[in-house]
Ligand binder design. Structure first.
Ligand code: SF4
Ligand code: SF4
Length: 393
């Protein structure tokens, strides 16, 4: 194809960057100045020909609105609500195109240029609203041929969604999962954390803030379980107590020469990465014990506090990359975990422990060869603080 041919042509230089300036020098050559995002430096390129690309604007944003009106993910306004469990900051979204009946807002969440957030790493036409698929130029700027391929993929995903949800099963990425989040409403404080943090807007709420589950929309990520300060959200086969019991069952040697580290790893990228590293017989510190989570978004801070108070020397959480180029299979799980860990300092302070004993690492599956270094570096760093003083109690 054209791109491949250009790559193979020694006269063509491909780079990723922001064009800062285009000018003609005294000899009539075209000089393009680029802020090169790969090398992290500015480069000046003398070019024989300059092609100015035209842009394509999303029509998900009506003419009277502008991408600059976007708060994170929605056109709307910020709102802060004080609850028994702290202040919840959220965006109240305005209806623009779809007018969906979702507690998180009537639209698909947007990305920064106003296209819907439908860039899942494996199935790009998936959106954050189960059963709605964005294809073609609705999803991203593309040609007619690309749009045809995109639409075929979206149609196949829609068929799969109809089949699976009619059987009570989850769609991508936990295809076939038949568990649902169950909420023990007796102790719900209506704090709304679960309804605000669900990456798929699957939870609605009544006027008092009590969550209402929508099983067909749910992807079974467990982010709501990790978000709930009351620890009252669970699945048949996945609960806060279950993971806490797994942590408690890990032997913590009294011998200070034998530290104990726990690695909480997501099942999507981190677990396969560690598996590949092991299959390749890569060696790393033997003092780690691994517990797999559906997504780091399910991390509840109570696990961290309990493990450290039983003498575990350090906890590393390994999950997918987050941010603009996220690779999290549940969109925001690893990001939500990172935000929650920001609050773990308080717990560590209370236990008089160093903040560095708890660390989150972002990992893509093709970075599996970095696993030994990541684990060994963490082990060395924590060993430098000495053993956890709670050891032996
Ligand atoms: S499991 Fe995930 S998708 Fe389902 S309600 Fe909880 S946060 Fe939302
Ligand atoms: S279920 Fe938990 S997170 Fe959701 S509103 Fe109730 S207390 Fe808050």
């Amino acid at each position: 194809n054209f791109y491949k041919a250009a790559q193979d042509n020694p006269g063509v230089m491909l780079t990723k960057g922001d064009v800062l300036n285009i000018e003609e020098d005294s000899s009539g050559n075209i000089i393009v100045e680029v802020d090169n995002t790969m090398l992290g430096e500015k480069v000046r390129i003398e070019a024989d020909m300059l092609v100015l690309a035209t842009g394509m604007e999303t029509n998900m944003m009506p003419a009277d609105r502008n991408v600059n009106d976007l708060t994170p993910e929605y056109v709307g306004k910020w709102k802060e609500t004080e609850t028994q469990d702290g202040i919840i900051k959220e965006v109240i979204a305005d209806p623009v195109v779809l007018n969906l009946d979702y507690r998180q807002g009537p639209e698909l969440p947007y990305q920064s240029y106003g296209f819907p957030d439908s860039h899942f790493i494996c199935f790009p036409y998936e959106t954050r609203r189960t059963g709605i698929y964005a294809a073609g130029a609705v999803r991203a700027p593309m040609t007619g041929l690309q749009a045809i391929a995109d639409a075929s993929g979206a149609a196949l995903k829609a068929i799969q969604c109809l089949e699976l949800t009619s059987q009570g099963k989850a769609v991508h990425p936990r295809v076939g999962d038949q568990t649902f989040p169950e909420i023990n409403f007796n102790t719900c404080t209506q704090c709304r954390r679960c309804t605000v943090e669900c990456p798929f807007g699957a939870l609605d709420e009544d006027e008092k803030g009590t969550p209402k589950t929508n099983t067909y929309r749910c992807r079974r990520c467990g982010t709501c379980m990790g978000a709930c300060p009351q620890k009252i959200i669970s699945f048949n086969d996945y609960t806060i107590d279950m993971v806490a019991s797994m942590m408690k069952a890990i032997n913590v040697p009294d011998d200070t020469e034998k530290p104990r580290f726990i690695a909480l790893i997501c099942e999507n990228d981190a677990y396969p990465s560690i598996d590949i590293a092991a299959l390749n017989r890569m060696k790393f510190s033997p003092f780690f014990r691994f517990i797999t989570l559906r997504c780091l978004g399910g991390t509840n801070l109570v696990w961290v506090a309990e493990a450290l108070s039983t003498g575990v020397d350090g906890i590393i959480l390994i999950g997918c990359k987050y941010g603009d180029d996220y690779q999290c299979h549940f969109i925001k799980g690893s990001q939500m975990c990172n935000e929650r860990l920001g609050k773990v300092q308080e717990t560590l302070g209370r236990l008089m422990l160093e903040a560095e004993r708890v660390k989150q690492v972002e990992l893509a599956m093709n970075e599996w060869d970095q696993i030994p270094q990541i684990l060994d570096d963490f082990a060395e760093e924590v060993k430098g603080f000495g053993p956890n003083p709670f050891k032996g109690f």
